[in-house]
Design a protein around this ligand. Structure first.
Ligand code: ADP
Length: 600
């Protein structure tokens, strides 16, 4: 129980560690995906925007180049020199108007050597003539024989202008200058088509042109704003995004970092910046991170299911092993029990065999004892049967002697006749007893049942007489032949008669009847008027050693031996109580169709 609890706790802890590990790995994967994809998408953005920047910067350069070349060419024209020298304003205005119209310059000025305007291109209809621009630096450079250039900041939200100035050479050297003002609004208009913010910064860092009107005139220091990028991506400044200059646009565009790409315009000394919105890269990065996250979840789920399955497998294996162990232990214990039971059974078998042996020995002893007892009874009966006639013979012999001595020989004759009769009787008894001297074989032969009964009666007669019990015999006219052994059948009948004599002993009017009847089979009944067999012992009387007689008088073997003998000769022996009182023993044997009487 405790072990299982500990195991479960250990499993829960392992699971927490696995989940934490998965979360950590997922976080790392998502972060790395973010970093890598941001680099890729920003690189892609940079490539695309660099091309756009080149186009836009080229547009600015080509616009200003036109005026850069046009101004010296105009200054070299002789009619312009003449016009300045002559101070011909009308002619000057005309030339200026034509030049301005042809070049799309905002204004074209002709200045004298002092810098005062001689002529100017006309303003659009309805506008007052523009005031001469303050182009001191440019004019000075022009009067020094160089190409003068100057940025004129726009007024009241107007775009800046750029002025080119070139000296006009007369006969006596430089006599004035041509100034061409170009509004940078043109380029701003061209840039307006671009989706990205574009700024042109002069060498001082001032925004001279931009497609974002609000930024005009601001001073821009891109390096100040690198922090913005760092904050947005949670990275320290100077990491991989160093290759991308990410800035916050001047005037703030909602804090969104912009990728600044710069291109130098060496002739003008300017730098053009394209500020690309990184929102797209951010979105793409976020998508990539989301996909990575989902992949992590799927992979985590898969991993989790694999771990779960492995866990379940381990659990199943463990429970299988436990079940196998339990089974094995059970088999062991059962085997032990069986072995024990087996040993007990073997002991018991041994005991039984021993008991059987003892029984057989005891049985043999008892049979021997029964034989001896029968022998004893027979000896007693015989001695009685023989002693009586011997005493009579002795008396008669003595009397005969006396009578002969007295000379009464005729009287002695009677005594001698009686002696002869006695001897004859004794001889008869001896003849009948001869049957017992034969060995009781197992061979079956035709036997006269009438003779068996007669011999049995002869044997029990002395006891019957002694007890005063009449023996009634009822038998058919003809002889009855059965298959069996004579001696053994006599043993059965003697036994039945002896038991009947025992039963009627002490009865007021004792009687025993032997009834021999002939039907499909031969039936011999021995009936008495004794107390009968108690119902309680009816089932046991044929059991060996069952007796109700006192010790020393009965062995309880008689009926069991009789039963066995009758069954050996295919017959049956049944006991019952007579309705009028007394017991009845009924022996039935198959009838043999024998013509002659059985040989003795
Ligand atoms: P034993 O005569 O030595 O007792 P038996 O086997 O011959 O042994 O008889 C068994 C028992 O059957 C007797 O003890 C007796 O109780 C009973 N029995 C046999 N014959 C009779 C009978 N004719 N009347 C009553 N009981 C009898």
């Amino acid at each position: 129980m405790t072990q299982r609890f500990m195991r479960r706790r250990r499993g829960a802890r392992q699971r927490i560690v696995v989940v934490a590990g998965l979360v950590l790995v997922a976080g790392l994967v998502v972060w790395l995906t973010g970093v890598a994809s941001l680099r890729v998408f920003l690189g892609d953005l940079k490539t695309r925007k660099e091309a756009a920047l080149a186009v836009q910067a080229g547009a600015l350069e080509s616009l200003l180049d036109k005026y850069r070349l046009m101004t010296p060419l105009l200054a070299r024209r002789p009619d312009i020199a003449r016009m300045i020298e002559a101070g011909d304003r009308v002619e000057g205005d005309r030339i200026a108007a034509v030049a301005a119209a042809m070049s799309s310059a905002r204004e074209v000025w002709f200045l004298d050597a002092a810098g005062a305007p001689v002529a100017v291109s006309p303003p659009p209809d309805g506008f007052p003539a523009p005031a001469p621009p303050d182009i001191t630096d440019a004019f000075r450079a022009a009067m020094a024989g160089q190409l003068g250039r100057e940025v004129l900041p726009g007024r009241a939200g107007d775009a800046d202008s750029y002025v080119f100035a070139s000296g006009v050479r007369g006969d006596r050297g430089l006599i004035g200058a041509v100034a061409v003002r170009v509004s940078l609004e043109d380029i701003e208009r061209a840039w307006a088509l671009s989706l990205d913010a574009l700024v042109a910064i002069d060498s001082a860092g001032r925004i001279v042109a931009s497609n974002v009107h609000d930024w005009r005139g601001l001073t821009y220091r891109p390096t100040d704003d690198r922090r913005t990028a760092s904050l947005l991506f949670g990275l320290e400044p100077g990491t991989f995004i160093r290759q991308f200059l990410l800035v916050r646009g001047p005037g703030d565009q909602g804090g969104r970092p912009l990728m600044a790409l710069g291109a130098d315009l060496p002739i003008l000394g300017w730098r053009v910046y394209l500020l690309a919105d990184t929102a797209e890269a951010e979105t793409q990065t976020a998508n990539a991170m989301l996909i990575a996250f989902l992949v992590c979840i799927i992979a985590g789920g898969f991993l989790w299911s694999v771990i779960e399955r492995q866990d379940a497998m381990v659990r199943r294996l463990r429970s299988d092993r436990a079940a196998a162990l339990w089974l094995e232990r059970r088999v062991h214990s059962r085997t032990r029990e069986l072995t024990r039971a087996n040993a007990l059974l073997a002991d018991e078998v041994q005991e039984r065999l021993q008991a059987e042996d003892d029984l057989r020995r005891t049985q043999a002893d008892l049979v021997q004892a029964a034989k001896l007892a029968t022998l004893g009874q027979m000896s007693a009966a015989l001695s009685h049967e023989f002693n009586q006639p011997l005493a009579v013979i002795s008396t008669h012999a003595e009397n005969a002697g006396l009578l002969i001595a007295r000379g009464q020989a005729d009287k002695a004759h009677d005594n001698l006749n009686r002696i002869t009769a006695m001897v004859q009787r004794m001889a008869e008894i001896a003849r009948t007893l001869k049957g017992f001297t034969r060995r009781a074989g197992t061979d079956v032969q035709p036997v006269s049942l009438c003779q068996v009964v007669e011999e049995a009666l002869l044997l029990v007669m002395p006891q019957a007489k002694r007890n005063g019990v009449p023996l009634k015999v009822v038998k058919p006219e003809q002889d009855v032949i059965v298959a069996g052994g004579r001696i053994r059948l006599e043993q059965v009948v003697v036994n039945l008669l002896t038991n009947a004599l025992d039963a009627v002993a002490g009865q007021p009017d004792p009687m025993i009847e032997i009834r021999l009847t002939l039907a499909d089979e031969v039936i011999l009944e021995v009936l008495d008027n004794g107390p009968g067999i108690p119902e309680a012992v009816m089932d046991q009387i044929f059991d060996p050693f069952f007796t109700t007689k006192p010790v020393g008088e009965g062995l309880g073997l008689g009926l069991s031996i009789a039963y066995k003998i009758v069954h050996d000769f295919s017959g049956s022996l049944v006991a019952s109580n007579r309705p009028e009182g007394g017991a009845s023993f009924r022996m039935s044997l198959p009838l043999v169709e024998a013509a002659s009487r059985a040989a003795e």
